[in-house]
Design a protein around this ligand. Structure first.
Ligand SMILES: Nc1ncnc2c1ncn2[C@@H]1O[C@H](COP(=O)(O)OP(=O)(O)OP(=O)(O)O)[C@@H](O)[C@H]1O
Ligand SMILES: [Mg+2]
Length: 367
């Protein structure tokens, strides 16, 4: 899976650009504020329908422009075209896949698996469980085809149960019906997540071993409710406290990844650089796992790789990436920072973003 063409218009400070990336490593350099992260953001919006920088996609539309239009072509027989447009005046995204307008976001996500590693990556350890759920659900979604439907039904059941909890007078029959629905689909979600986790774990351990050997580091999956009890029993038993809280306190919507070092939360003992490496290992392992189980390559967006990593760890990171033969877009202020790292056989293209006096950024191929 690799992009062989990108055309972006109306994205942040970037002048309309056409990029022909290499199927291997693409290094994008340029001064601060030139538009490097914006370029990665454009690829992210194209493949995920949302930005990693803002919840308000409107903010990514270039000032004074009525819309942002992003287009990409994925290599293959036949090639796959992907398009996303966001009008300033309209909230919904317009999506296109293979020229088709009637396309759901999940189809876009499926067509173009993406992984992002950026300076905020350590937040995966430190931040809320929602980020970790998003991380593992990405993996489950790409390898287990029943997952999306089960997950949507679970989410719907949680929503209905929460609405009933907040209603003054609870109808026990209606409550039981939604709890049964939640227990059924939530049970399937949990089963698929656990299967994924069990297979993913050795791939992560192997990746971490190369990147940063940390023998005491343990990754665990917590399903969101008591391991010894059925979800339906848990839900029924917690109606009163859930009602007081106003939401469903246990269930697959509370699942998490536990990352511990010698039994302590990893985030409290690891340095920032180490945290970034653990998160990098998690994200590289996702790509390796996807390749092994689904024979698909994901595209890596790596923003500001040199930040917080020493030369040796940068080298190991790049080696792993090279071995995976994934397409990667890597930004760096200095083009020289990543030059010596690559094997002669790896396709490497260099790009530079020129920053002009008015603040616009122009992408140019430089090698
Ligand atoms: N909606 C917008 N319209 C026009 N310009 C914008 C918009 N949003 C942000 N910008 C500008 O776009 C520029 C690009 O920012 P970006 O974060 O992509 O730069 P960068 O090359 O990644 O910089 P750094 O090296 O500091 O990370 C910034 O100067 C910012 O002020
Ligand atoms: Mg940046």
């Amino acid at each position: 899976m690799s992009l062989n063409q990108l055309n972006f218009q109306g994205l942040r400070n970037l002048v309309p650009l056409e990029m022909r990336p290499s199927p291997g490593i693409n290094i994008i350099s340029g001064p601060n504020g030139s538009g490097k992260t914006s370029l990665l953001e454009g690829i992210h919006v194209l493949g995920m329908g949302r930005s990693f920088r803002t919840r308000q996609l409107k903010n990514a539309i270039q000032a004074d422009m009525p819309h942002m239009t992003l287009y990409g072509r994925l290599a293959g027989e036949p090639e796959v075209s992907i398009g996303v447009r966001r009008l300033r005046a309209q909230r919904e995204l317009e999506l296109r896949l293979r020229g088709d307008k009637e396309v759901r976001l999940a189809e876009l996500v499926e067509a173009m698996p993406l992984q992002l590693i950026n300076p905020d990556a350590f937040r995966l350890l430190e931040g809320s469980p929602a980020g970790r759920r998003e991380f593992f659900d990405w993996g489950v979604f790409h390898v287990k085809h029943d997952f999306l439907d089960a997950w949507k039904r679970t989410r719907r059941a949680v929503k209905h149960r929460n609405a009933l909890l907040r209603r003054g007078r609870m109808d026990p029959q209606e409550m039981t019906a939604w709890e049964q629905e939640l227990a059924l689909w939530g049970g399937i979600v949990d089963k698929l997540r656990l299967e994924w986790f069990t297979e993913f774990l050795p791939v992560f351990e192997e990746t971490l071993e190369v990147l940063l050997p940390l023998p005491g580091l343990k990754l665990g999956y917590a399903r969101g409710w008591d391991r010894q009890r059925d979800l339906s029993e848990v839900l029924e038993g917690s109606r009163l406290t859930d009602q007081q809280m106003g939401f469903t306190q246990q269930g697959p919507q509370r699942a998490d990844l536990r990352i511990r070092l010698n039994k302590q939360p990893a985030v409290e003992v690891l340095s920032r650089g180490q945290q970034k490496l653990v998160v990098s290992a998690l994200k590289l392992a996702q790509g390796r796992f996807l390749e092994r189980t689904a024979q698909r390559h994901c595209i890596y967006l790596i923003d500001d790789l040199p930040a917080e990593l020493d030369a040796q760890h940068q080298q190991r990171f790049c080696q792993l990436l090279e071995e995976m033969q994934c397409q990667a877009f890597i930004t760096s202020v200095e083009p020289t920072a990543l030059q010596r790292t690559w094997q002669p056989a790896t396709a490497v293209s260099m790009f530079h973003v020129k920053h002009d006096d008015q603040g616009f950024g122009q992408l140019m191929q430089s090698g």
